[in-house]
Design a protein around this ligand. Structure first.
Ligand SMILES: [Ca+2]
Length: 501
């Protein structure tokens, strides 16, 4: 593989500049609506039919009337790092918000600042939770509605921060944030472009659906993931740490220290998602009434995925598909037709260059993110064939180790750091559920070597060759259930009987 392809930064300077010039020539300072949800996994979409009962009619509508970016990922599957990557176009090791505790670095620039300079009015509504737990207004936004940390589904003493003032939260958070967003949208002039960032608290745990949706899926039948078992054909050559996470706060044997059945947890998640879907419907209707529905670029995505029993795990953080993959939908009939499907690997780091190109604003040089606007428009261009994924161990949740991975179109290579365990390689064409770890299979020795080199090349070139270290912060969810399965044995790859070579 050409390293330039992998890095993307150089590519932006090359292929990207032609596209940018075209965009600038025909630049209409297009309105942009960005809706982010929290922990919404890639396949929890009605039209994907993975869990038959789950309904997302407005998300389905976005895909039908717009585009489904079916291979969308995040470069770190955790709230704060992913949000910072969205706003900066950079990997976590570059913007330095590598976990949920690290504060924002002085001088950080967020892309809405570029939009403001280009004459946009900008509004932020919802969960910021990036680099600290604060709710104070941040650079780049003319209008600000937020809350501290994770916020609350229902009214709580902490309330909201509206343009720097503490204001009570009156109702269910998803609806209330949508109210604020619609109100701001309706106050916009038709002659001045706007950028609206609606950042839902939902569907983060602990899930609380709106009253009108509670119990809707009570009798629905959840299909457990194929990889939930600890052993057997769906768990071939699984690392020891994954087996051990089963009996933890983030595992199926001790989920959230309760051991509640995964299907029950998922059904509450799906009910909580219904209000997010309705929020999209309300925004679509508002745009229609304003006569801006077909000219506005709308992008919906999740900030990271979420496991519901896959590999015996819950939560995100890992480099498995259900964790690092996110739903991404886009709609703008003036730019691309309905039913568009983008297959290329796109990521959270691509949001900034995509929106800037849409606005006719040049992206800063050297960021790894790429504009996927040309992909939406069906244009052929050279694209990355491997995406760097990184996760840094948190003392708060010690069951998931530091890892770096390379997610290609066919293979995924996961490389762990600081633990005594095995790495992973999956052939995603043959094995989309990541059931058969090929890391020690002789047939794939060359693939492992090639991907190891590519992984370290991109890490070297983007400044990822050190592991961040921070002071302790927050509590620890580090307990196991003494009555659940014992720790896993060492993988056979790591054993060597006495006297054998
Ligand atoms: Ca999240």
């Amino acid at each position: 593989m050409d390293r330039r392809t992998l890095l993307g930064g150089a590519l932006l300077a090359g292929v990207g500049s032609a596209g940018l010039a075209r965009a600038q020539q025909s630049a209409k300072r297009r309105n942009i609506l960005f809706i982010l949800s929290d922990d919404h996994r890639f396949d929890a979409l009605g039209f994907m039919q993975v869990q038959k009962f789950l309904e997302t009619p407005n998300m389905d509508r976005l895909a039908h009337e717009g585009a489904h970016l079916k291979n969308a990922f995040v470069t770190t599957a955790l709230c704060s790092p992913s949000r910072a990557s969205i706003l900066t176009g950079k990997y976590a090791h570059q913007h330095k918000i590598v976990d949920n505790n690290t504060p924002m670095q002085p001088g950080m620039e967020f892309f809405p600042q570029y939009l403001q300079k280009a004459g946009y009015k900008t509004g932020f509504f919802g969960k910021w939770h990036m680099g600290n737990g604060g709710d104070e207004p941040q650079a780049g936004f003319d209008k600000w509605v937020s809350f501290r940390g994770q916020g609350n589904y229902l009214p709580a003493p902490a309330g909201l921060n509206v343009d720097g003032k503490k204001v009570p939260q009156k109702g269910y958070i998803t609806d209330e944030l949508t109210d604020y967003a619609v109100e701001w949208l309706n106050a916009r002039s038709k002659t001045e472009p706007w950028f609206l960032y609606l950042s839902h608290k939902a569907v983060h745990s602990a899930f609380i659906p709106a009253d009108r949706h509670k119990g809707k899926y009570k009798d629905a039948v959840f299909t457990p993931p194929a990889t939930m078992d600890a052993t057997g054909d769906m768990a071939r050559n699984r690392p020891m740490w994954v087996q051990n996470q089963r009996n933890s706060f983030h595992g199926v044997d001790f989920s959230y220290y309760e051991g509640k059945p995964i299907g029950e947890i998922f059904k509450t998640y799906a009910e909580t998602l219904l209000a997010v879907d309705e929020s999209i419907g309300r925004l679509l209707e508002t745009l229609k009434q304003r006569g801006e529905l077909d000219s506005t670029l709308i992008v919906y995505m999740g900030d990271n995925g979420f496991a519901f029993g896959e590999h015996g795990l819950i939560d995100k953080r890992t480099a498995y598909e259900e964790s690092m993959r996110v739903p991404m939908l886009a709609r703008c009939p003036e730019l691309f037709p309905g039913g568009t499907v983008v297959k290329e690997v796109v990521a959270n780091i691509d949001i900034m260059p995509t929106f800037l190109q849409t606005a006719g604003v040049e992206s800063p040089k050297g960021i790894p993110g790429l504009s996927f606007l040309p992909l939406l428009q069906g244009k052929k261009l050279e694209w990355r064939d491997g995406l760097l994924y990184e996760y840094y161990w948190e003392r708060n949740f010690p069951m998931t180790p530091t890892m770096h991975a390379l997610r290609g179109a066919k293979f995924k290579y996961i490389h762990y750091y600081g633990i005594w365990d095995i790495d992973e390689l999956y052939d995603l064409d043959e094995d989309p559920h990541e059931t058969n770890n090929l890391i020690s299979n002789e047939k794939y020795k060359d693939v492992v070597q090639r991907m190891n080199k590519q992984l370290f090349d991109v890490m070297q070139d983007t400044g990822a060759m050190s592991i961040p270290l921070f002071r302790d912060s927050g509590g620890q969810s580090n307990r196991r259930n003494p009555n659940s399965p014992a720790p896993a044995p060492f993988p056979s790859d790591l054993t060597k009987p006495v006297g054998k070579p």
